[in-house]
Design a protein around this ligand. Structure first.
Ligand SMILES: [Zn+2]
Length: 186
């Protein structure tokens, strides 16, 4: 749920596949504003409660998913307060989408591209935020995060420590890149 929700803001990039010039101004604006984040989070939260797509997906994938996923499927079969349940799922979706914003703000520009600022308060205010520490296409964060995930899969009893180390390494990488790029000064 959180993984899917964290990618929702990028729906505003889809129109650019058809017409780059016309829709460039909408990327990091339409889907990356608080209005869209709140609406889509409430929508997917209550869709989950209504149709239980996490439970259904887990049931279909029973043979390949680990035992822990089956707990989710069984839990969802119980009577739940649909409003509170929807609210919890909506909040999870909202947190995941909000985390998307600072991640985008630090990745911008490079190889002739302009900085793509995030406008979280659109359409009410046009204030735009961008802190371009690394350029588009920088492979560093992907390598660091994937290494962290593989390490967690290998050493399941040190999940918190490895997760903390991974985030710490990622932040350190961003700071060093920003200093080298000259977009960050201490
Ligand atoms: Zn984005």
């Amino acid at each position: 749920m959180a993984g899917i929700a964290s990618n929702i803001p990028d729906w505003d990039g889809i129109p650019m596949l058809f017409d780059m010039q016309r829709f460039e101004s909408g990327h990091r604006v339409w889907g990356h504003c608080l209005l869209s984040i709140i609406l889509t989070s409430v929508l997917i939260g209550f869709m989950q409660i209504r149709w239980d797509w996490i439970g259904r997906g887990a049931n279909r994938l029973q043979s390949v998913l680990p035992q822990a996923a089956m707990v989710v499927a069984q839990h969802e079969k119980k009577e739940t307060d649909w409003f509170m349940g929807g609210l919890v799922f909506a909040l999870i979706g909202m947190c995941a989408q909000l985390l998307h914003l600072p991640c985008d703000m630090v990745v911008s520009g490079g190889s002739g591209l302009s900085d793509w600022a995030v406008q979280p308060l659109w359409p009410f205010f046009n204030s735009a935020y961008v802190y371009p520490l690394i350029p588009w296409g920088d492979i560093g964060p992907t390598v660091i995060l994937m290494a962290g995930i593989i390490a967690i899969a290998k050493r399941k009893n040190h999940i918190s420590q490895i997760a903390g180390l991974t985030i710490g390494t990622l932040n350190g990488y961003l700071v060093v890149c920003g200093l080298i790029r000259g977009t960050l000064s201490l």
